[in-house]
Design a protein around this ligand. Sequence first.
Ligand code: GLA
Length: 373
Amino acid sequence: MKYFFTVLASCFLIGMLNSFSLKNKAEKEIIATTIDSTRGLKDYFKKYFTIGVAVSPRSLKTDEAVLIVKHFGSVTPENAMKMGPIHPKENEYYFKDADSIVAFAKRNNQKIRGHNLCWHNQTPRWFFTNTTGDTVTKAVLLERLKEHITTVVNRYKGIVYAWDVVNEAISDKQGEFYRNSAFYRICGEEFIAKAFEYAHEADPNALLFYNDYNEINPQKREKMYQLVKGLKDAGVPINGIGLQGHWAINEPTDTVLANTLEKFSKLGLKIQITELDISVYPKEHNSRERVAADTTTTFSPEKEAQQIEMYKQCFSLFEKYKKSISSVTFWNISDRSSWLDNFPVRGRKDYPLLFDKNLLPKKAFWEVVNTIN
Ligand code: GLA
């Protein structure tokens, strides 16, 4: 009874305060947005796009699980579905980790983005060699690719709603279109279209993406555009382009990101931001001098302010392109741990996400939420 009256009194008091101190509805809404701790990031962006996160099976067994469920409507296995982990030997698959992520997502009504089916990295050596250690022929490689894609896509048919079918097949080098990977050396460009065909045959309802980074670089962007447009025009079953979004406090500029989104939206396919993070270190582009120049390895107020601005800029533009962008996925959960803690400078701590080491929303989180109008 005493509890009832206390609650009643508090409600009355809050109501009085609201009506006296808030002059209009708009003000009330802003305050409601900032103090409603029951809503997750995914809820704020519900009308815009799905908000996702890359996870490991381990993270689902820690206190991070609560955060993953509250804030994200989609999960991407960070490594568990890649060829190396899931298909370590020719006749051996390892599904345990991927299955545990899938089970978690299903229990919590989250979507699953599959990542990835064909990549030059984290692919086991056996894939490209025969028993005597020689490089396999094109026919053998395509047969293996088909078997791999069919098996993995089939296992998660109707569960994984979107797949990064081919990852990073474009070269970063000027004057070179395709990356000089083992896939390319053995098959030529054909492996790309084939990978999409195999995935489509296995699950005709899954959305199929080409995924790549450095999308903000005008030359790389043009190559990505040409590749995807070429596939689409040739009738290859491709549904969208994945822009990884590994960015930093110094890039992309507003104009560069706007140009990037504008260009890809012209494809008439879906765009998904698949691996978003904003490093607090200016993008180095492999320059040793710039790595050396940035000696502040703490999350300083200056870095925090720059990161907030960059996050705001990115989300404002994502919202502007909401007709084309169907999902924004963060690469890792919180600043407790990120792949950037060791890259490109070994052992250097980064703070690229919207949640801090204690899993609390950073200022950038609220600023991102407040970009919604
Ligand atoms: C690329 C890959 C991801 C991941 C990141 C770094 O962007 O697509 O799977 O490996 O690099 O962690």
